[in-house]
Design a protein around this ligand. Sequence first.
Ligand code: M6R
Length: 364
Amino acid sequence: EKGNFRHFMQKEIYDQPTVVAQTLQSYVRRDDESVALPQIDFDLSSIKRVTIVACGTSYYAGLVAKYWFEHFARLPVDIDVASEFRYRDPVLEPGGLAIFISQSGETADTLAALRHCKANGQTIAVVVNVPTSSMAREADLLLPTHAGPEIGVASTKAFTCQLAVLAALAAHLAVKRGRMTRDEERKVVRNLIETPSALNAALAYDDAIAAMAHLIAPARDVLYLGRGQDYPLALEGALKLKEISYIHAEGYASGEMKHGPIALIDEHVPVIVIAPSGPLFEKTVSNMQEVRARGGKIVLISDAEGLAEAGEGCMATIEMPQVHPLIAPLVYAVPVQLLAYHVACVKGTDVDQPRNLAKSVTVE
Ligand code: M6R
């Protein structure tokens, strides 16, 4: 089943252009370049507030989606990890949409949060990869990802497929709420349709990333920095690295570094900066200077423009294709996954079955 791949995780990373395209087929219409959600019998334009709940990598997909729902649809979004959600006694007013994101559809905390929201009158949307799962059965609005079975304990292709669905949902809500013109919708759809080829372009850096893995493998701690919608990718990068390589890693919002974690920086702490060029780039460049001034070693993941501006003096750089901000998180997920994968291979850990972890967490 692994074919020519060494591990399921590696295969699943490589599956992404195909399964993201497969997933998008159910959410965009190529003929008139529009977003098309599965049939539902209630009016999404009446939604007042969105609540997102998930765990782990699925939660990070939700964090990215928060930016999209707020930016494109101007909808206020609350987001929590499922294990915290019920215990803060959230205010759930009528007319709310609650979105649960899960690869397995069986994660106990997420399922309990879903039932809590249902009991409190929320409309339940579920972004799920297993169509026969408990969450899929209990949803009002089922938004399947078509990633196919994910075997590696570290989630990869489920994440990018979740992002694809959530991007389409954000655009759909924006259209329904009169916040997105037909022209903008077409543009978003064209960008989504281009995602698989951008993912292929990102995969083309696999060898380069494999070659730099030995720079990270000896580290005891690694810091990941990102800003705006790339901040959740920093969190995801750190999670992926710690899960499979057992290196302590933390994801931080770039601007938050100077409020604490900068104290950790020295020549032994690699800092992975995830920063496509754009309006937030300059600020991240200042954060990189702060790291460099303390002897920190930077790996910059950016596009040609970003690397031309800030690549000099980095320990290593990874060049991504220049992409629309809406699909950047999907594309930048690839180098983050590959880096964790190759570091784990250098360390010789059990990539597909890391210690202490289960694929599906069915206890609260
Ligand atoms: O099946 P789910 O998406 O609900 O699982 C959530 C988390 O347990 C999962 O994403 C976990 O964090 C992965 N091991 C991440 O790689």
